[in-house]
Design a protein around this ligand. Structure first.
Ligand code: RNT
Ligand code: ZN
Length: 418
């Protein structure tokens, strides 16, 4: 795209937005400081590097597009490619099954230590990326239908120890990067059919979490992620939304809202203002459920827009950690990363370009027509010219130009993996 064209379009957009009291330069400045937490698992279909075999825990990456990352080096190269195509600086969210055992030899998940993520920490520092972390209780021989909620003491103890160690690893990551690492706890625990001891497993999960969280850390933050159901675990999920919302409020910790983990017509955006009144911060797993928690690539749609607008309207950009969580194995995986991350940023930008002062004033004055009219007009304002400027300023491809970059990477790199 011609630089002059982008600049010309931006100047016009800037004037147009100024007419409704919106400062596009300020919006760009704010967007520049929003870091997404990129999920490491899109590049390899959540496989990880333990040779654990198939993906379990009621989640699925469907498709078999060639070029999946097979090693840590390949995954790192892919992430570097992705970030080179994204405006702004971003974080990387690692799962515990992405440990690097090359120097240390393999250990089981209840023996993980910060040293198993040493190479990741060094790589992250070199690349100016901060890390977040996730415990991994799926895809493992001890990963039964119940893990932290298991009545079998040996199984429960194994996963309690694993999760404790994950917190210690996250703390070390946070200390090294001088910025707390987010530790997300998602477990698949549940059952396929009618469950009569629903309270019993929830009480066990509560006990396990209490044990896990006993140790206080300075450089990490805990978050718990609920879900409605998983494949093969349709009738009961121990870590439901009610369970974790109550737990997090009581413990003053975060909840992770995954956009695929609620009933199809439930508004995730509307949960933001309630949670933020009772929990210190919120973590997001931005995804795109298609009929179920299918983890399709995030796009600009009403759900993502509602969510980003709500964050801005709650003035909560500083209290919300925006992570991505999708795994599409049916298209170019690097392309999937870039589409989803850029779509999330585009939604954020649209949120930042809302004439909030006027909208709020209309609302306060009971001017419902005026509020709705302005909201409708905003939809067709030239936010895309502001987005192009953001890309230009950040020296990354403008508009669809990234398609060619990804095709080139596919030709030279990912297509050679088989
Ligand atoms: C599963 C959860 C969870 C996982 C990742 C891999 O439904 O969304 O966050 O996707 O931990
Ligand atoms: Zn998730």
């Amino acid at each position: 795209m011609k630089k002059e064209l982008v600049e010309k379009a931006y100047e016009i957009a800037k004037e147009r937005y100024a007419a409704i009291g919106v400062d596009t330069d300020a919006a760009l400045e704010t967007l520049q400081n929003v870091q997404l937490s990129l999920h490491c698992w899109q590049a390899d279909d959540v496989s990880g590097f333990e040779n654990a075999g198939s993906l379990t825990g009621g989640i699925q990456a469907t498709g078999n597009y060639p070029g999946k990352a097979r090693t840590i080096e390949e995954l790192q190269a892919d992430i570097e490619k992705v970030t080179s195509l994204l405006p702004g600086k971003h974080r990387l969210s690692l799962h515990a099954n992405y440990a690097d055992f090359r120097e240390t030899g393999p250990v089981d998940r209840d023996e993980l230590e910060p040293k198993h993520f040493e190479s990741w920490m060094q790589w992250a520092e070199k690349n100016g990326m901060k890390l977040d972390f996730n415990s991994t209780s799926f895809s493992h021989p001890k990963s039964e239908d119940l893990t932290l909620a298991s009545p079998k003491e040996d199984i429960r103890a194994f996963w309690v120890e694993h999760t404790k160690r994950c917190r210690a690893i996250a703390d070390e990551m946070g200390r090294r990067q001088n910025d707390p690492a987010m530790l997300n706890i998602w477990i698949h625990d549940g059952s396929k059919d009618i469950t009569v001891n629903r309270m019993k497993y929830r009480a066990i999960l509560k006990k396990s979490l209490d044990e896990i969280l006993e140790q206080k850390y300075e450089w990490m933050r805990d978050s718990v992620e609920s879900k409605v159901f998983g494949i093969g675990l349709e009738s009961y999920t121990v870590g439901s939304n009610d369970f974790y919302t109550a737990y997090a409020a009581q413990k003053n910790m975060m909840v992770t809202l995954d956009t695929g983990h609620f009933h199809p017509t439930e508004s995730i955006a509307d949960k933001m203002s309630s949670l933020l009144l009772f929990t210190p911060e919120v973590m997001l797993h931005v995804s795109r459920p298609v009929r179920w928690d299918s983890d399709h690539v995030t796009i600009i749609n009403d759900e993502t827009l509602d969510l980003t607008k709500e964050i801005v309207r709650c003035d909560a950009l500083g209290r919300v950690h925006i992570g991505l969580d999708y795994f599409d194995a049916s298209i170019n995986r690097i392309g999937a990363y870039v589409i989803g991350a850029r779509a999330t940023q585009k939604c954020l930008l649209q949120a930042l370009l809302e004439p909030l002062t006027t909208l709020r004033q209309y609302e306060a004055e009971g001017k419902g027509f005026e509020r709705l009219a302005l909201l409708e007009e905003c939809k067709s304002l030239p936010w895309n010219a502001v987005w192009d400027m953001f890309c230009l300023k950040n020296n990354v491809p403008v508009g669809e130009e990234f398609i060619a970059d990804i095709q080139k990477y596919e030709e030279e790199v990912t297509s050679k993996r088989c």
